[in-house]
Ligand binder design. Structure first.
Ligand SMILES: Nc1ncnc2c1ncn2[C@@H]1O[C@H](COP(=O)(O)OP(=O)(O)OP(=O)(O)O)[C@@H](O)[C@H]1O
Ligand SMILES: [Mg+2]
Length: 459
């Protein structure tokens, strides 16, 4: 058997405490006694408690209040209530607030032991489940940023450099390109990774609600503000606050955000005390913010504060090499999640995936693969398992590059060089020969592209 479980018992009746301690210690449990709710709470905060048994009526903190506190600070710890005859109504109320069960005094020893065993078993199962989920996520690299194209690698180089600083980052890119994933990865690779990552979608809430979410409020700040609430800025203290769809911030909210960025301080709604927080901001937008500034729809000063470093996540159609690796990644993830044995794709399917323009970017690809995993009858996902708009995409013959009319020449040159290098498996001499240029020119161009990738960091 593993370590004995630790039970915390709160009851103001010394006789009952002692008899419970005797019974439960004999059963092999570690027992901690508390004579009232406050003492129990203090002990709980120290950690290591597996289960709480508490009296309902105690001086100081009542059983229900203790239950609420347990659920707030250690939600995985179950609470069993010991209630006196005649307090069943309160016990029922406690059940609604998340108590595991209740026992009416006087109770039978066997009854008590059974309940404790069940509660602990349930807790074990939940913990095992969590650990398995975590392992699955690790195995599948859920949350990993996948890609192999030069454009992707340049972005990741910049990301590593940026993550190390505390600078504000503005992540730009079309919908579904992976802006939120980039923001999470910046946090995960920063010195703040142990701190919280808090996300707020600025487009999802009306102005007043958004402000109370961001800054919190004091009791009575507005009708319905029954208690004090901490805002997301406070919750993100020591970590990263992700302001998603920042272009949707209203003209009223923009200066308030600016103030936090400039001074690091703010007040809760209806509050007078100035609060200071240490928060790194990462903002995202799929709108051209610079354009919005020119049209006076977004404050210029806020734009410059947010835009200390810009990261642009390229659309998927501009990095078609990533399609294959991403598709394989999502296939593994969703096959495991759906308990399906799928090995990969037919060549036809891959060609169609690579030929499609992906207006919804990586999110669209992820959805298509998730759907395909469910529909594919065999071990390989085929063209026919893809939605018609993709199955019908005209595949490019092997060795052909498609370039949109109006693409800047420098970009055309860079892509042609990249694709030729890929086709020659990185052979620079052969690449130079095919392109009719000198090998040193190939090296020079590659070096310049790398530098340009890094140069974005300073802009
Ligand atoms: N490079 C990548 N590797 C692995 N998964 C990715 C990658 N890029 C995006 N994804 C996945 O694609 C989905 C969409 O990404 P995300 O939510 O970050 O996009 P977004 O740019 O924030 O989109 P929107 O503008 O619609 O909010 C997510 O499930 C994300 O995990
Ligand atoms: Mg997003």
């Amino acid at each position: 058997m593993s370590d004995p479980a630790t039970l915390l018992i709160a009851d103001d009746d010394p006789g009952l405490r002692q008899s419970l301690e005797r019974t439960l210690t004999r059963e092999g449990y570690r027992v901690i006694l508390a004579s009232d709710g406050n003492a129990a709470l203090e002990r709980l905060q120290a950690g290591g408690v597996d289960l709480v048994l508490t009296d309902l009526k105690m001086p100081g903190l009542s059983g229900i209040e203790l239950l609420r506190a347990v659920k707030a600070i250690a939600s995985e710890v179950d609470v069993i209530l010991l209630t006196a005859f005649g307090t069943v109504e309160e016990a029922v109320k406690a059940m609604k607030e998340g108590a595991y069960d209740f026992l009416t005094k006087p109770f039978q020893r066997a009854q008590l032991l059974r309940l404790i065993r069940q509660a602990l078993e349930r807790r074990d199962l939940i913990q095992q489940n969590r650990a398995l989920q975590q392992r699955l996520d690790d195995l599948l690299q859920q949350g990993a940023v996948i890609g192999s194209s030069p454009a992707f690698r340049r972005m990741m180089t910049l990301l590593e450099q940026v993550a190390g600083s505390s600078a504000t980052v503005l992540v730009q890119g079309e919908s579904g390109t992976g802006k939120e994933l980039v923001a999470r990865t910046i946090h995960a690779r920063s010195a703040r990774s142990r701190g919280p990552f808090v996300a707020v979608n600025c487009a999802a809430l009306p102005e007043t609600l958004l402000e109370s979410e961001l800054f919190g409020y004091e009791k009575g700040a507005f009708t319905g503000a029954a208690g004090r609430k901490e805002g997301r800025f406070e919750l993100a203290d020591g970590g990263t606050l992700f302001l998603d769809e920042v272009s949707d911030l209203s003209a009223v909210t923009q200066p308030k955000i600016l103030r936090v960025l400039q001074e690091g301080e703010f007040e809760r709604l209806g509050g007078t005390k100035t609060l200071r927080v240490d928060v790194r901001i990462v903002a995202a937008t799929n709108q051209g913010l610079a354009q919005m500034v020119r049209e006076k729809r977004f404050r210029e000063d806020l734009y410059y504060r947010l835009n200390v470093i810009t990261m642009t996540v390229p659309p998927l159609r501009e990095r078609s090499e990533d399609i294959r690796v991403l598709a394989q990644h999502f296939l593994r993830v969703y096959a495991a999640k759906n308990n399906r044995r799928l090995e990969g794709f037919t060549d036809d399917a891959i060609r169609r995936l690579e030929a499609y323009a992906w207006p919804g970017n990586v999110r669209e690809l992820e959805n298509v693969i998730e759907r395909g995993v469910v529909l594919t009858p065999g071990a390989l996902m085929d063209m026919t398992d893809l939605p018609p708009e993709i199955a019908g995409a005209t595949p490019l013959p092997e060795g052909v590059l498609s370039i949109r009319i109006g693409t800047p020449l420098a970009e055309v040159e860079a892509r042609l060089l990249e694709e030729t290098l890929r086709a020659t498996k990185g052979n620079k001499t052969l690449t130079a020969k095919l392109l009719g240029i000198d090998p040193t020119t190939v090296l020079r161009k590659l070096k310049r592209q790398d530098e340009q990738g890094e140069g974005d960091a300073a802009s």
